[in-house]
Design a protein around this ligand. Structure first.
Ligand SMILES: [Zn+2]
Length: 102
């Protein structure tokens, strides 16, 4: 794992009138340094203060996570939302036709 091989030091940079996280690495390999920085940002995204906003898409066959900015948002995209609504509608129609036939 790149984080096992590369030492990463956190820092703070100031720019655009606000603070930014800055990470420096001890690697001479630019690809490994970039990969390590991306890994740190990914870890921060899933474990940091904004992690409470991260939710798994509720669509049955979707594996994606998304940032929930609205409590009514349940899916990662309109495509997943439309599939879920269609599946729910089809299930309701099946149950309705089954109840009528009995
Ligand atoms: Zn989805």
């Amino acid at each position: 794992m790149v984080l096992d091989r590369t030492r990463i030091t956190p820092g703070i940079a100031v720019g655009d009138d606000r603070f930014h996280a800055r990470w420096t690495t001890d690697s001479d390999d630019p690809f490994e340094a970039l990969t390590a920085e991306i890994a740190v940002f990914a870890l921060t995204a899933v474990t940091g203060h904004a992690a409470v906003l991260l939710h798994k898409c509720e669509a049955s066959r979707c594996m994606l996570f998304f940032t929930r900015l609205d409590a009514r948002q349940h899916w990662c995209s309109d495509v997943c939302g439309n599939r879920a609504r269609l599946a729910r509608s089809a299930k309701t129609n099946r149950e309705s036709s089954t109840a009528q036939s009995t």
